[in-house]
Design a protein around this ligand. Structure first.
Ligand SMILES: [Zn+2]
Length: 163
């Protein structure tokens, strides 16, 4: 993806108030992020570990989503699969819940998904970060197809948030 500025990131959020988007903690190391290898920018809030953020360009403009991780990581010993990038981790997948955009969100409606706890799906898909033994299924898909699948999964999740 193309590198983003703090301003672009803050204005992209669709499921929080403008005030929250202005205050939330944007990574300070934007210049060092591996943008060429990212399908989305995802990070955990260093001040509030139960909060996470995802920003992606999904064909119809830049979209940012705020997420809560209500529990700790799913079962420390249980293997779970990320619903975005289909990587299996032992204790490295979190249930993340996004308030829906607009009135539905104000009424408390939300959408959840199991996502890599470190939000590094793009790097697992490309083999740039190791998920351990059995982390990646052997598949006949090309890298490009796996990337497209991850983006499609993320787009479907964002569409549910904004629906
Ligand atoms: Zn993932």
């Amino acid at each position: 993806m193309k590198p983003l500025t703090e301003q672009e990131i803050r204005t992209a959020f669709v499921n929080c108030t403008k005030g929250e988007a202005k205050r939330l903690s944007v990574p300070r190391d934007l210049a060092e992020r591996p943008w060429d290898d990212l399908d989305y920018l995802g990070w955990r809030d260093p001040q509030a570990p139960d909060r996470a953020y995802v920003v992606a360009e999904l064909g119809d403009g830049l979209k940012g989503i705020t997420l809560r991780c209500p529990g700790t990581t799913v079962g420390q010993l249980r293997r779970s699969m990320c619903s975005m990038c289909v990587t299996t981790h032992t204790g490295g997948v979190s249930l993340m819940v996004a308030p829906k955009a607009g009135r539905a969100g104000q009424q408390g409606n939300s959408v959840g998904a199991y996502i890599c706890s470190d939000l590094a799906c793009s790097l697992y898909v490309r083999g740039k970060r190791d998920a351990g033994v059995g982390g990646r299924l052997h598949e006949s898909l090309t890298l490009e197809e796996k990337i497209q699948r991850t983006v499609a999964n993320l787009a479907a999740f964002v569409a549910k948030v904004t629906a």
